[in-house]
Design a protein around this ligand. Structure first.
Ligand code: ATP
Ligand code: MG
Length: 341
């Protein structure tokens, strides 16, 4: 059995970009590998305040974030799908400390995410922010994870996890840690070659981002459907006057065609063919707005049917499994470094 491991950040309200570009592909991957792999979905709640957050909301956001995944179709009944909170598996923090002592300071200093996030929050550069890639290495290595679907911005952290594992395997035991697959293999496994990028509705040369300040630039999964439809109607297009799929010259129109295809589960080529040569941007927007409304109503109905108790039950099962696997690995490491015989 392989292990696919993915951390699911839940601090902010997700967009349809997150849904189409991350939730759906990840859920599909776990279905595709339901027989041959464990899929660990965990909420990195300890990571969530490496930069300042509203702590009074963290607990509820975690539960809600898991509901989103369940509403998106994550098969929580599968014996090989495990959902857990990082904070409920103390082995993550314990292994982090041990790994810290095998991570050269100079190597940790090279993490570009730290530099970038640090620049975004110059008043709140904490040791936690600096150390978080090592905690991430613990998240991965505790479960002998082979595949860790993650964004490009995280590949450097994956490399760090591999380096720590290689160093400790060389020093203690070749079989101590399973190395997560290198970047190229990960990309292939995740089918990232045909990665999906939904664009901002107001600035279609950029991607849609949940943290974008302009509410009109993004469609949130919690948006009131009619409100979301209005955002589509006011989406930025161009003055070419003809509907074509051309990401360079007509990124707004191309984005609408992409959203339409993905939300209605149709082949993008068929959608492009349907609209080829048509000239009314209004007609296209109305069609996409309808699809968005239909999608959101349906999604939110499913979401509302999931209770807190449903999530608690899923977590109880997942956290029991995670603790069992993680504690076993932790004990192996504790023995290797001489804490246990
Ligand atoms: P932020 O603005 O905070 O960076 P984000 O919307 O970019 O938020 P992330 O938390 O950075 O979201 O990424 C979560 C996942 O969603 C990643 O796998 C990322 O590749 C994916 N994702 C983010 N934005 C899009 C998008 N516009 N289209 C497709 N996938 C996306
Ligand atoms: Mg992002």
């Amino acid at each position: 059995m392989h292990t696919i491991l993915t951390g699911v950040r839940v601090n902010e309200e997700p967009t349809i970009g997150n849904f189409l570009g991350a939730y759906t592909p990840m859920i599909n991957l776990s279905r595709e590998h339901a027989e041959d792999s464990h899929t660990n979905f965990f909420v990195p709640d300890l990571h969530s305040f490496t930069t300042p957050i509203d702590h009074s909301k963290l607990y509820d956001q975690t539960i809600k974030g898991i509901k989103y995944y369940m509403a998106a179709g994550l098969d929580t009944n599968s014996p090989n799908v495990h959902i857990y909170r990082q904070s409920r598996v103390p082995a993550h923090s314990e292994l982090c400390w041990i790994l810290d002592c095998f991570t050269p300071y100079g190597e940790a200093c090279r993490m570009t995410q730290f530099k970038e996030k640090g620049a975004e929050h110059p008043d709140a550069v904490t040791v936690g922010l600096f150390n978080y890639p090592v905690l991430m290495a613990a998240d991965i290595l505790l479960y002998d994870a082979d595949y860790v679907p993650l964004g490009e911005d995280q590949f450097q952290h994956l490399e760090l996890a591999r380096n720590i594992a290689i160093r400790m395997n060389n020093k203690f035991d070749e079989k101590l840690f399973t190395l997560p697959a290198p970047e190229k293999e990960q990309v292939k496994f995740m089918h990232l070659e045909n990665g999906i990028r939904i664009r901002s509705l107001t600035e279609p040369t950029k991607k849609m981002s949940k943290s974008a300040e302009n509410e009109k630039s993004k469609i949130l999964l919690c948006d009131e459907p009619k409100q979301a439809a209005k955002k589509i109607m006011s989406a930025t297009t161009d003055s070419e006057g003809v509907i074509r799929f051309d990401m360079i010259n007509q990124p707004g129109i191309s984005n609408l065609l992409t959203i339409e295809a993905l939300l209605t589960n149709r082949d993008i080529q068929d959608v492009i063919a349907d609209w080829a040569g048509q000239t009314s941007y209004g007609d296209l927007k109305r069609k996409v707005a309808d699809s968005v409304m239909y999608f959101l109503s349906d999604f939110q109905e499913r979401l509302n049917q999931i209770s807190d108790a449903d999530v608690e039950a899923v977590l109880q099962k997942g956290e029991a499994y995670a603790n069992e696997v993680a504690n076993k690995k932790l004990r192996q490491v504790q023995k290797a470094v001489g804490l246990y015989k």
